[in-house]
Design a binder for this molecule. Structure first.
Ligand SMILES: *[C@@H]1O[C@H](CO)[C@@H](O)[C@H](O)[C@H]1NC(C)=O
Ligand SMILES: *[C@@H]1O[C@H](CO)[C@@H](O)[C@H](O)[C@H]1NC(C)=O
Length: 370
């Protein structure tokens, strides 16, 4: 017994935690929809006034504030059409309205939220996401897919065991019901970044990314100004004004592994990473570009920048999911070197001009050369 106690004393194994409550509220790894994150669990009909939800707690699993509508996808009165590509229901956030939910998390972990969001009126629409003290305004003015399938990801670091996740429409429009449509909200705990052997880039294969919906995905837009660590795409910085798209193997053709990036916004969107380098030393940057086999045809060009070097790689997409590898040797100037990529041109799908697309980037590798 003495030995067992001694072992327990020196061991951090939870097996020894007999009678202790420290394992009680343990949160398992999460990569799933939030409770009623698809909004398919409807409010009681007695809590609906036409489409408007009446009562703060009438939408199952959620708290609502302001004018929130419970809508079914498809044609609406007044010649509106609400696209709901997954499931049948969604919510629409009117002027200054919000929906929120308390989510149990692990303090210290980074989580990303993946959610479908579409504007419903022609005005500038913004969706504000707040988790604890952190918040971001997402412009949903530009539609990237013509079927209402625009999906975004946003990340936060959990600072407490329970966080309140809020989606809010900060806008005030003439028509008080005008506002973003919100559907399918999932959460994923991000695995910490690791450097892998044989690559100075972190997450250079883009395998570490946000939750991807199983049934239907037009890719996940990663909004601009995402920085480094607290990111749905760990390690990477989304620069400029427009998002890049995270695409998965199930719904797109990707050069390798399960995921890649599609550069959907031309020069308006660059993706970058800052790596440690030794001044004056030479390095080899290599990467794969291609097309996602998603009807995106034409002459493409990916530009890559590293220290003083620029590489322009042309690629003619026939929409067949082809790809090729390019490389460039550069000499580091500093202890840190920024590696940046963007698409030189804008592209839309050949049979759908409302759907923005572009070249695919994958397998970014930097290695010293000798
Ligand atoms: C996928 O779609 C099918 C049919 O629409 C549905 O029954 C199923 O629940 C969906 N699965 C997920 C994970 O959403
Ligand atoms: C750089 O790496 C690529 C891909 O591994 C390789 O094909 C190329 O020969 C390398 N270039 C140099 C200069 O080492």
């Amino acid at each position: 017994m003495g030995l067992l106690l001694f072992l327990c004393f020196v061991s951090i194994s939870s097996l020894c935690n007999i009678g202790s409550s420290s394992t009680a509220g343990k949160v398992p790894y999460r990569d799933a929809l939030l409770p009623n994150g698809d909004f398919e669990e409807a409010p009681k009909t007695s809590n609906l006034k036409k489409t408007v939800i009446v009562g703060k707690y009438s939408l199952p699993k959620w708290e609502i504030n302001g004018l929130v509508e419970y809508i079914s996808g498809g044609p609406q009165p007044g010649s509106f059409y609400f696209p709901v590509p997954r499931g049948e229901h969604a919510v629409r956030l009117g002027n200054e309205a919000s929906v929120s939910q308390n989510v149990v998390v692990k303090p210290g972990s980074v989580y990303s939220l993946t959610f479908g969001a579409t504007r419903t009126c022609a005005q500038d629409e913004v969706l504000r996401i707040t988790v604890g003290a952190r918040s971001a305004d997402l412009s949903i003015q530009t539609l990237y897919s013509s079927d209402g399938g625009d999906t975004y990801a946003w990340a936060f670091k959990a600072l407490s065991k329970v966080v309140k996740v809020t989606f809010h429409n900060p806008g005030i429009q003439e028509d008080p019901t005008c506002g973003p449509l919100l559907d399918h909200i999932a959460i994923k705990e991000m695995t910490p970044l690791r450097l892998t052997k044989g690559n100075l880039m972190k997450n250079g294969d883009f395998e570490n990314g946000p939750h991807v919906f199983k049934n239907f995905s037009t890719g996940i837009l990663l909004p601009p100004k995402i920085q480094d660590l607290i990111s749905p795409l760990p390690g990477w910085i989304i620069e400029s004004l427009k998002p890049v798209k995270y695409i998965d193997r199930k719904h797109f053709s990707v050069p390798s592994g399960l995921a890649a990036i599609e550069l959907v916004a031309g020069r308006e969107s660059a993706i970058a990473q800052i790596i440690r380098t030794t001044p004056n030393k030479f390095y080899n940057l290599s990467f794969t570009i291609g097309d996602a086999k998603n009807g995106c045809h034409g002459s493409m060009m990916v530009e890559a920048f590293a220290a003083k070097e620029t590489l322009k790689v042309p690629f003619v997409s026939q929409g067949k999911g082809e790809f090729k590898t390019a490389s460039i040797k550069f000499q580091a100037i500093d202890a840190r070197t920024r590696i940046t990529f963007y698409s030189a041109y804008y592209h839309t799908k050949i049979h759908d001009f409302g759907h923005m697309c572009g070249p695919v980037l994958d397998n970014v590798v930097v290695l010293p050369t000798y």
